[in-house]
Structure formats: structure tokens, C-alpha cells
Ligand binder design. Structure first.
Ligand code: TXA
Ligand code: MG
Length: 319
């Protein structure tokens, strides 16, 4: 059985022994291990059942440590780090030679971020190595935003979960890479395109290079509930289409009346996208446990965090 703990020293001691600890970050929980230990890195891939071609994010304690991991830091990358770290932005940069191939899937670039939560930061400060950590879910399933989500996923393992409450941002970090000095968006996430463009100007968008840069398209289904999930701009139409079914409804701000709705999750009654993002995955986890026939999800506004939420819902609905 997984163990939920709030002891940072215990977590540090496990990590020092090449063990894996699930840690709270502001985005989602991560399955963390010593980024320089082949033993720890292998355990992460094994536990997550993640293919080795999908690289990990290295979590560091401060902007100052960036130069220990990245060999080249384009000017715009430094500006982004100075502006958004600690925070939910990941930078993909040329790696230092000593970063293990297991972390980067053999690529010459490495993904790096400074998490913005006192639990993760104080843990990192007690360690003399950075932490490689993917989201703490089995490969392809919904990311965990509560310690209990992680404990449920890994109930048959002796994994320790370093508790920090519900993750505030609620969706993963935004990932930015650099191609010939220009910034490219690889994954939509908790920092919005608008926020990034306000700092460094127009971004190229290439979200296909995320997830499986060497196997395009293979992983388009991701962040996925087991229950069939449908994304729509027309809730009423879908409710009548599925009227003989047990329906779970996921909406932005409005409630709907329909006798087939078994459960309804409204993510933010006052229409706040940040609040909706915080609760998105927990709502999906809960709906997915109700043995429903279908989850009908509402498409979000196409700006700010609405775009990131739509990205996750689209991946959740792909077959
Ligand atoms: O918010 C987050 O980013 C969370 C928390 C725990 O920090 N982590 C997370 O990790 O979402 P993960 O492994 O689930 O997603 C990381 C993504 C993967 O899709 C991977 O393909 C991409 O980052 N990535 C990692 N290294 C890369 C690289 N060198 N080039 C391109 N993409 C990379
Ligand atoms: Mg993930």
C-alpha cells in the first residue's frame, strides 16, 4: 500500500537511497528520483510503465542551478526563467554532458523547471541533486492533483507520497523549447501563451513535438479517463443523443437539468479559468470512478487557461 506522509526529511532520506517518492508540486504530483542515479531513473520508468523514449523533466531548486543542467541558455530562455520561476514553466535546452541519457531519452536537450511550492522547494534544498519527475500517474492516464489520486494509482506498491494538499495550478507546466534561438511551444499548460508572449513576443506553436518527439501521433490519447469521454460545445444536443445512458457531466460554469445526469461537476460557478484548471483532474478522477456510460465535457473558451484545459480534454477524448 502506498504511504501518504508529510515528512520532508523522510522523503529526502528515501531519495538519498535511490528510492522514488511521489512529491507535491504546484501543477500535479510527480514521481521523483535522483536525476543523476540510473537506479532511481529506472525505477521511475518501471513504476510509471513509461516507455524509455519519453524523456523526463529535471526539477531544480533555483534559477541559479539552471547552468548546472543546461549547456546553452538562449537570452529568451533566461528571461523566461527569471520571470516565471519558481513556477509552472518548463524550458527545453541543450543539456550538460553529465545529464544521463535515461533522463533525456538520448536527446541532446533536457527539460528543466523550478517548481513553485514550499514542499517541493524545501525538499530540493535538502538534497544535493536535482529531481527527475514525470507526473505521478501510470502512463497515459489522468495526472494526479491530490495525494489520494497517487495512492489509488499505486495501491499495490510501497511508494511514499509526500503530501502537500490539492495542487494549486492543477494542470501540468507549459513546455517551451528553442529552435535557432526562437521560442517554440511544445505543450500548453499552466502558464498561458498570452503571459509568455507578453514577455518574449510571438511564440511558434508546435505541440506535436510534445509527448513523443520521436513517434509523432502515437500518444495523442493521454490524460485519459477509462470512461468514454466526449467534448462538445453543445451540451443539450449531447444530452439528448445519449439519453438512455448514465451520464457524467463536466462543465465550466453552468448546471444542466436532465434526468440521465448521474453526477454533474461544475468547475467554476463564477467562470474563473484558474479555478476550473485547479479542479479539472479531480473532477475527471471522480467521474471516472462512477461506472458511468459516458462523460460529456464542455469545451472551454479558446483563450488563456481555457486553451490548456481544452488541450487536455481533447487528448482525454481521443480514441
Ligand atoms: O507540471 C509538470 O510538468 C509535471 C510536474 C511533476 O513537474 N511533470 C510532468 O512530467 O508533466 P511528464 O513527464 O508527465 O511530462 C513531461 C513532458 C513529456 O511529455 C516529455 O515528452 C516532455 O516533457 N519532455 C521532456 N524532456 C523533453 C525534451 N528534451 N524535449 C522535448 N520534450 C521533452
Ligand atoms: Mg504526464
Amino acid at each position: 500500500m502506498a504511504l501518504i506522509s508529510s515528512s520532508i526529511p523522510d522523503a529526502a532520506s528515501l531519495l538519498n537511497q535511490n528510492e522514488i517518492v511521489a512529491i507535491h508540486t504546484e501543477t500535479v504530483y510527480g514521481l521523483a528520483g535522483n536525476a543523476f542515479s540510473a537506479i532511481a531513473l529506472k525505477k521511475i520508468f518501471e513504476l510509471k510503465q513509461r516507455p524509455f523514449y519519453n524523456p523526463l523533466i529535471v526539477h531544480i531548486k533555483s534559477v541559479d542551478d539552471l547552468k548546472l543542467i543546461a549547456a546553452e541558455i538562449p537570452k529568451k530562455a533566461q528571461v523566461l526563467a527569471d520571470t516565471f520561476w519558481p513556477g509552472p514553466l518548463t524550458l527545453v535546452l541543450k543539456k550538460q554532458a553529465n545529464i544521463p541519457d535515461l533522463v533525456t531519452a538520448g536527446k541532446d536537450t533536457v527539460a528543466i523547471r523550478v517548481p513553485n511550492h514550499p514542499v517541493a522547494l524545501s525538499l530540493l534544498k535538502q538534497l544535493n541533486f536535482p529531481l527527475a519527475a514525470p507526473s505521478a500517474n501510470p502512463f497515459g492516464s489522468i495526472s494526479p492533483t491530490k495525494a489520494s489520486h497517487v495512492a489509488n494509482y499505486f495501491s499495490t506498491s510501497s511508494l511514499t507520497v509526500l503530501e502537500g494538499g490539492e495542487c494549486r495550478s492543477g494542470i501540468e507546466s507549459t513546455i517551451i523549447g528553442f529552435e535557432n534561438e526562437s521560442a517554440v511551444l511544445y505543450r500548453l499548460g499552466s502558464v498561458t501563451i498570452e503571459e509568455i508572449e507578453a514577455v518574449i513576443g510571438p511564440l511558434k506553436i508546435n505541440t506535436h513535438s510534445e509527448e513523443a518527439p520521436t513517434a509523432p501521433g502515437m500518444l495523442s490519447r493521454h490524460y485519459a479517463p477509462k470512461t468514454q469521454t466526449i467534448l462538445t460545445t453543445n451540451i443539450s444536443e449531447m444530452l439528448s443523443l445519449f439519453k438512455t445512458k448514465r451520464i457524467g457531466l463536466l462543465t465550466f460554469r453552468d448546471r444542466h437539468d436532465d434526468q440521465n445526469i448521474v453526477t454533474q461537476k461544475v468547475l467554476s460557478t463564477n467562470g474563473n479559468l484558474a479555478e476550473a484548471a485547479t479542479h479539472l483532474y479531480d473532477a475527471l478522477h471522480q467521474l471516472d470512478q462512477l461506472q458511468l456510460d459516458v462523460i460529456i465535457a464542455e469545451k472551454f473558451p479558446k483563450h488563456g487557461l481555457g486553451r490548456s484545459i481544452n488541450d487536455r480534454l481533447e487528448r482525454a477524448t481521443k480514441k
